[in-house]
Design a protein around this ligand. Sequence first.
Ligand SMILES: NC(=O)c1ccc[n+]([C@@H]2O[C@H](COP(=O)([O-])OP(=O)(O)OC[C@H]3O[C@@H](n4cnc5c(N)ncnc54)[C@H](OP(=O)(O)O)[C@@H]3O)[C@@H](O)[C@H]2O)c1
Length: 315
Amino acid sequence: MTRILAVTGATGVQGGGIINIMKNQRGWKIRAITRNTSSQCAIDLVNKGIEVVAANYDDEKSLSAAFIGVHAIFAVTNWWEHLQQGNSPEESDKLEEQQGMNLANAAASIPTLQHYIWSTTPHVNGYTVPHFDSKARVDKKIREELPALASITTYLSIGWYPQNIAYIPFMQPFINPITKQYMQLMPFAPQARHLVSGDMNINPGVWVRGILSSGSKAHGKYANVALEKLSFQEMLDIWAEVTGKKAMYVQATAETFTNMWGAAGHVMGLQNVLLESCDPWEETDQHVSYDELGIKKEDIIGYREALEGMKQMWE
Ligand SMILES: NC(=O)c1ccc[n+]([C@@H]2O[C@H](COP(=O)([O-])OP(=O)(O)OC[C@H]3O[C@@H](n4cnc5c(N)ncnc54)[C@H](OP(=O)(O)O)[C@@H]3O)[C@@H](O)[C@H]2O)c1
């Protein structure tokens, strides 16, 4: 029997990476979810033979309709879109939490559903990281308010994307016109470590494939998409080696970074406080490891290799 995997965020980084792997998986058919079935990304998916269906996270009924008959759902929200639309970090948290619960409630209404995969981020008591906390609050609400859905949910923690250094303006290294050396100005302590996702076109899909083939072994568990935790200094050093550029890491204070980049800078400063204090992705008995999911090391593409694939951007 062919089962249907509904992929939300199908036109984005996470959903796109999952479709990239799962479209070739025997026994599975993809249903890609987007707000706009006429966008170029949606048309590209249709041209690859993928079913594309419209739904909006703000409209639970549209999600329930899009999920009819599916066996698995990958759900991801986009906190940054709320911030870009002029909402404060706190308002963006509320909006993301509501969208996360609209997705979860819609999923809970689907009788054919066997596996729910929710893209989340960790919360550590005593720390505030807006775009992390809102996702973690959805985890908690799924467990407290939707126990039947919780019993078939896997919480997927996706790490730092290698693409960030290329596409996020406040993370891009810039050239010092005097020394000709690249400089990356960040609010993170150089030694602070982050879970790193590796190649976003491959790794999230490899984990989702592993989770879906493991079935109940992954139910109720967290899974870290990554084998690497790198410091910000290490990430820039690897970038410098791969691109052949000289690069210098400079830590800005949280206040300076906020003055430079507004609310986004403020949020990054809060993320640094968390990362300097602990490892929020430390695996516990709540986690299922890559090994237990049947994922092989050779299937995973790490940070260095992912940058190798993008290095022409800096030529
Ligand atoms: N950058 C990192 O290192 C990193 C690491 C871990 C987690 N994250 C998290 O990743 C999330 C973003 O995921 P991404 O990078 O895959 O985003 P992305 O590439 O910007 O794509 C966003 C996707 O979400 C869909 N979407 C947004 N709002 C929607 C709505 N109201 N209804 C239906 N679909 C909607 C968009 O679909 P359409 O526009 O086609 O409708 C699009 O496919 C953020 O919450 C961020 O916190 C980022």
